[in-house]
Design a protein around this ligand. Structure first.
Ligand SMILES: Nc1ncnc2c1ncn2[C@@H]1O[C@H](COP(=O)(O)OP(=O)(O)OP(=O)(O)O)[C@@H](O)[C@H]1O
Ligand SMILES: [Mg+2]
Length: 261
């Protein structure tokens, strides 16, 4: 099916995502203003940008969950899309396994759900209620719920923003492992430049409704802060985000690790 203006069409071949001249308007303001973006199948990209720059708006557009907003441009994305948000959004009245397989059909649904839970380290917690889990565990359930569907595209909107620094580091390793195994294209929104560098192979900067910078991350994994190349990339990204080393010059600085705002 060919892409059509403002709408979402499914792709099975070619790029996982292609957006051309994407426009989304709120209250007369073009939050996305002629945005172009291509993501290859299996590519892991991070999206950074100032608060209010339109990151979540772009994710909602790619997920096809932004009906009713004035829109134009062409957008094609896979039918099999999963979205993970900052809060796990589990149904409290359903047990963990039921949350994971919600909406999944087929005789092997429960088995797939159990496998997915084991993959995120929650084997044995199938019958727990969401309220019995920690924030990090709930987020792991949300990841299992996303990946049990083997999506072609995983959209994550600050999925680790509410977690403590240590849990976040563990989640980074887990997400990278899951990506390695399942190979969806990933677009990860984050405020955290170090998280973007640690996880993604490409970092996109959203500014004034467009992708203002598109930087490849070629550092070997696992990527931990340190070294000249890391520092250079980090400094470049922070500069693009309008953040300097002088905190007084950065009124809306994106968070760095330990400051998950
Ligand atoms: N439903 C809505 N109605 C009106 N304006 C909206 C709506 N959703 C978003 N906006 C506006 O669009 C702009 C972009 O919002 P968006 O949530 O995409 O930003 P963001 O980059 O995700 O920000 P943050 O980093 O704070 O999450 C903001 O100015 C916001 O006020
Ligand atoms: Mg947002």
């Amino acid at each position: 099916m060919a892409p059509h203006p403002g709408g979402l069409t499914g792709t099975r071949r070619g790029p996982a995502v292609r957006a051309e001249g994407l426009v989304r308007t709120y209250a007369g303001r073009r939050v996305l203003d002629g945005l172009d973006l291509t993501l290859a199948p299996g590519e892991f990209a991070a999206l950074v940008g100032r608060s209010g720059s339109g990151k979540s708006t772009l994710l909602r557009a790619l997920a096809g969950i932004d009906h009713g907003i004035p829109a134009s441009g062409a957008l094609s994305a896979p039918h099999d899309v999963s979205v993970v948000f900052q809060d796990a959004r589990l149904l409290p009245w359903r047990r963990v396994l039921d949350n994971v397989v919600l909406g999944l059909t087929g005789p092997d649904a429960a088995e797939r759900g159990r496998t997915a839970l084991a993959e995120v380290g929650l084997g044995g917690r199938e019958r727990a209620w969401p309220t019995e889990l920690s924030g990090g565990e709930q987020q792991r359930v949300a990841l299992a719920r996303s990946l049990v569907r083997d999506p072609e595209l995983l959209l994550a909107d600050e999925p680790f923003g509410a977690l403590d620094a240590l849990t976040r580091i563990r989640m980074h390793a887990l997400l990278r492992r899951l990506w390695d195994r399942h190979q969806p294209a990933v677009l990860l929104v984050t405020h955290d430049v170090d998280e973007a560098i640690a996880l993604a192979d490409r970092v996109l900067v959203l500014e004034e409704g467009r992708i203002a910078a598109d930087l490849p991350v070629t550092l070997p994994t696992p990527r931990t802060p340190g070294g000249h190349a890391y520092a250079q990339l980090r400094a470049k990204l922070l500069a693009l985000l309008g953040v300097t080393d002088d905190p007084a010059g950065a009124p809306d600085a994106p968070a760095t690790p330990g400051d998950p705002t």
